[in-house]
Design a protein around this ligand. Structure first.
Ligand code: HMH
Length: 229
């Protein structure tokens, strides 16, 4: 990629540079033992059910976060298509919440009596802090990209050929691991990279810190699902 495109001096976009620079923590988030156990067909079903109940709570809190990103796009973005990508994501959360309800009833998980666990509460609190009007569009959209991408990469791994994902978990893996969701993540990544390229260095620094925070909250969320916290 040429200079002046989405690139640093080596031709890599900012997000791609970060992913390489922080490879160990990135892989702890995207290749977590919980995901590897799904892929190997050895996942503890109690852990899967715990994840399902907790993720429903998370996605409900993700709605106001994403609404805040949409609002910032409308006010701060110079690119009209940003709003359409984010609005598409927000719209699909409606279907996602319905999916959680039907999946939960299949597994006999009681969503309305499930209490959020500590790692989930902390992650949701972080989302709330990012929804503040004081947080810039650049930082918020970077978080949005990281949050969606961790799930996309993780669940796509469970669909690769050679994986032994149990048949009853395929639907879950497809929800985030499908190619369309992958393209959606790439659209968000292009938005983030375009914004980051023009951003002042202190904003870029803040966005990188938020990226790393998202990875660590995601790792804690997987650990929680495994019953480790
Ligand atoms: C914890 C978590 N991270 C990311 C996503 C993707 O939307 C999700 N559903 N849950």
């Amino acid at each position: 990629m040429e200079r002046g495109g989405n690139g640093d001096a080596n031709g890599k976009s900012t997000t791609a540079t970060w992913t390489n620079l922080h490879r160990p923590i990135y892989e702890r988030a995207t290749r977590h033992p919980f995901i590897l156990a799904i892929r190997e067909g050895t996942v503890d079903i109690a852990a899967f059910k715990r994840w399902l109940g907790q993720d429903y709570i998370f996605v409900r809190d993700f709605v106001p976060f994403l609404a805040s990103v949409l609002l910032k796009a409308c006010k701060q973005s110079d690119e009209p298509s940003d709003m359409e990508v984010i609005l598409g994501g927000l719209a699909s959360l409606s279907d996602e919440l319905s999916w959680f309800k039907s999946e939960a009833s299949k597994w006999d998980v009681h969503l309305y009596t499930t209490a959020p666990q500590k790692a989930n509460l902390e992650y949701c609190r972080f989302l709330q802090s990012l929804a503040s009007p004081e947080v810039s569009y650049i930082v918020a959209v970077t978080a949005f990209w990281a949050i969606e991408t961790v799930y996309q990469e993780s669940f796509a791994l469970c669909l690769e050929s050679g994986s032994e994902t149990p048949a009853e978990l395929i639907d879950t893996c497809r929800r985030w691991g499908n190619a369309g969701f992958g393209q959606y993540c790439q659209s968000i990544q292009r938005i983030a990279d375009r914004c980051l390229e023009k951003a002042p260095s202190d904003e870029v620094k803040k966005a990188e810190e938020v990226f790393l925070s998202v990875l660590s909250y995601e790792i804690n969320f997987w650990n929680m699902s495994c019953g480790e916290s």
